[in-house]
Ligand binder design. Structure first.
Ligand SMILES: NC(=O)C1=CN([C@@H]2O[C@H](COP(=O)(O)OP(=O)(O)OC[C@H]3O[C@@H](n4cnc5c(N)ncnc54)[C@H](O)[C@@H]3O)[C@@H](O)[C@H]2O)[C@@H](O)CC1
Ligand SMILES: Nc1ncnc2c1ncn2[C@@H]1O[C@H](COP(=O)(O)OP(=O)(O)O)[C@@H](O)[C@H]1O
Ligand SMILES: [K+]
Length: 501
């Protein structure tokens, strides 16, 4: 249950590890990769007889494909290898793998082969791996399109061809995998931006190498194990004063719901009290659905809360900016979301004030807000989500989550993590407000800002995943339901952690 976080390496990290390991590796890393790829193919075709098609490219990814083909042939499987690059130009290991394939009696076809009468049992993409440098074009692109058109499971070797391993951007044409078998460690591009849609089920094989022995992980995929030290059973002899007061500032006219959602979510995760300061002067004095929320004047909330979350439905007026400045000047943890981020982004004064804060700051931009914070745009942010998040964290001296598919968390000292819980059913109004409430609640209860952010992001997605499994979503999932389910999962985690499970 409490798995440790998984290491992630961008391409330069994988290359560093490879350079340290390869000279002493016996059998070679490519032999290991091809063998496990063949085993994966056997597993994927357990209930599918017939031919396996492997498309091999001009580099070492192609080399993995040749080893895989040889292993499958030796195991008695029918294999067709499509290869139309220049064998004389293959890199050394791949050339050896090609020669071994030929020596084992294997052949290659240089035109994309027609499918057998009953179709391929499996199609395998060994065209490009982490060495892809530019968009795939020409024959390689046509082959990728042809592979995608087959009615068969699709296995990508190391990374789907056409996917940028560092960013998850599609470079030209991309292989749509149902399974990706990746080597040594996860790469960021498999986990964020378009990666999760393209890579299918991602299986990691370390090839009998322990990458962190050679290079400290450059990023981490969040797993519940990272939260375990913070999950503690409450002492009997405590009271609500021990669990902090969350202050929510937001809810301008027409957007009061956003602030109420954040407040309710905070309540569901266990903080002592939630003070909600609604900016709309005509807002109701009580939340009749959740009367536990204390609705107060925003100025009073800023005065009294132990943690301040600003932004849900805050609006962009002068009142909002004044409240925001006051809050930012407080020596207390502050969470900036939504309109608070937009106001900060547009104000030189507030930018400097945030960057100079000594108490923790958490920022929760979606890509549009991130673009404003970085004075760039959404597309630029998305083109490298990890780098963008790190940039915001450094610029504002804040722990930051860049939300969306594969949310990225970064710290001012240059660490980063990717979250893999959650699904597109969460692309609905109010989800971000709930996340803000969850973060605020944990920080109010004494979690360090960084761990509170990591926990809330993972929990938020895990709650949505559980609901989808139960048929509540993905489509039509509401933010309030996610807040409810987060409570259940959080309590289950705490019980398991304290029982030592
Ligand atoms: N890193 C490692 O430790 C290991 C790597 N292995 C394999 O090696 C792969 C990396 O091999 P390489 O560095 O040779 O790279 P690739 O095999 O990914 O591709 C590089 C080749 O493609 C060409 N190329 C790049 N972009 C192109 C484009 N847009 N259009 C046409 N040609 C293009 C390059 O000129 C080069 O010939 C990994 O992804 C993995 O599959 C495995 O053998 C096992 C171990
Ligand atoms: N495709 C997706 N996969 C995973 N999480 C998603 C996806 N779409 C949205 N989410 C999550 O839902 C939340 C949406 O937040 P946000 O865009 O601020 O919504 P709102 O402003 O409506 O509250 C974020 O936590 C985001 O990471
Ligand atoms: K590939």
């Amino acid at each position: 249950m409490f798995l440790p976080p998984k290491p992630i390496y961008p391409v330069d990290g994988i290359r560093t590890i490879e350079a340290l390991v390869a000279p002493h590796a016996q059998p070679s890393l490519m032999e290991r990769a091809g063998r496990v790829a063949a085993e994966e193919a056997v597993r994927l075709t357990q209930d599918r007889a017939g031919h396996v098609l492997i498309a091999c490219g001009p580099g070492n990814n192609g080399g993995d494909g040749f080893v895989m083909a040889r292993r499958l042939l030796q195991a008695g499987r029918n294999v067709t290898v499509a290869f139309a690059d220049d064998a004389a130009k293959l890199p050394r290991d791949a050339a050896a793998a090609f020669a071994a394939w030929r020596a084992a009696g294997g052949e290659t076809v240089s035109d994309f082969p027609a499918a057998p009468a009953n179709g391929w049992a499996l199609v395998v993409d060994a065209l490009f791996g982490i060495g892809l440098r530019s968009p795939v074009t020409g024959r390689h692109a046509k082959w990728i399109d042809a592979l995608n058109a087959q009615h068969a499971p699709r296995l990508a070797i190391d990374i789907p061809s056409g996917l940028d391993a560092d960013t998850g951007r599609v470079l030209g044409t991309v292989f749509h995998a149902t399974t990706t078998l990746t080597f040594l460690a996860l790469k960021p591009g498999l986990l964020t931006h378009d990666g999760p849609d393209i890579a299918g089920v991602v299986n990691v094989h370390r090839l009998d190498v322990d990458p962190p022995n050679y290079l400290q992980p450059m990023g981490l995929q969040i797993q519940p194990g990272i939260l375990r030290p913070f999950l503690r059973q409450r002492l009997q002899n405590t009271h609500k004063g021990c669990y902090g007061d969350v202050g929510i500032i937001g809810g301008a006219r027409g957007m009061t719901g956003a602030a109420l959602l954040a407040g309710r979510a905070a309540l569901k995760l266990g903080c002592g009290r939630v003070l909600t300061g609604l900016v709309d002067a005509a807002a109701p004095a009580v939340d009749f659905t959740q009367p536990e929320l204390m609705l107060q004047r925003p100025d009073d909330v800023i005065e009294h809360a132990t943690v301040l979350a600003l932004g849900p439905g805050l609006g962009d007026g002068e009142v909002a900016a004044t409240l925001l400045e006051r809050a930012i000047r407080q020596a207390r943890p502050v969470i900036l979301d939504a309109d608070a981020l937009n106001i900060v982004a547009a104000s030189e004064n507030l930018r400097s004030l945030v960057a100079a804060r000594e108490a923790p700051t958490v920022m929760t931009p979606h890509p549009g807000e991130a673009g404003r914070l970085l004075r760039s745009n959404t597309a630029a942010v998305q083109s490298d989500r990890v780098a963008s998040t790190l940039d915001i964290a450094r610029t504002f001296n804040a722990v930051v989550v860049l939300k969306g598919s594969g949310s990225v968390i970064a710290t001012p000292d240059g660490r980063w993590l990717i979250n893999s819980t959650g699904h597109p059913g969460m692309a609905s109004a109010g989800m971000g407000d709930v996340l803000t409430g969850l973060i605020a609640s944990l920080v109010a209860q004494g979690w360090p800002a960084e761990s509170g952010l990591i926990a809330a992001v993972h929990l938020h997605g895990a709650a949505a995943d559980r609901l989808a499994r139960e048929g509540i979503g993905p489509v039509g999932l509401t933010a309030s339901e996610v807040a409810e389910a987060s409570r259940g999962i959080f309590n289950a985690w705490t019980i398991q952690a304290t029982k030592g499970l």
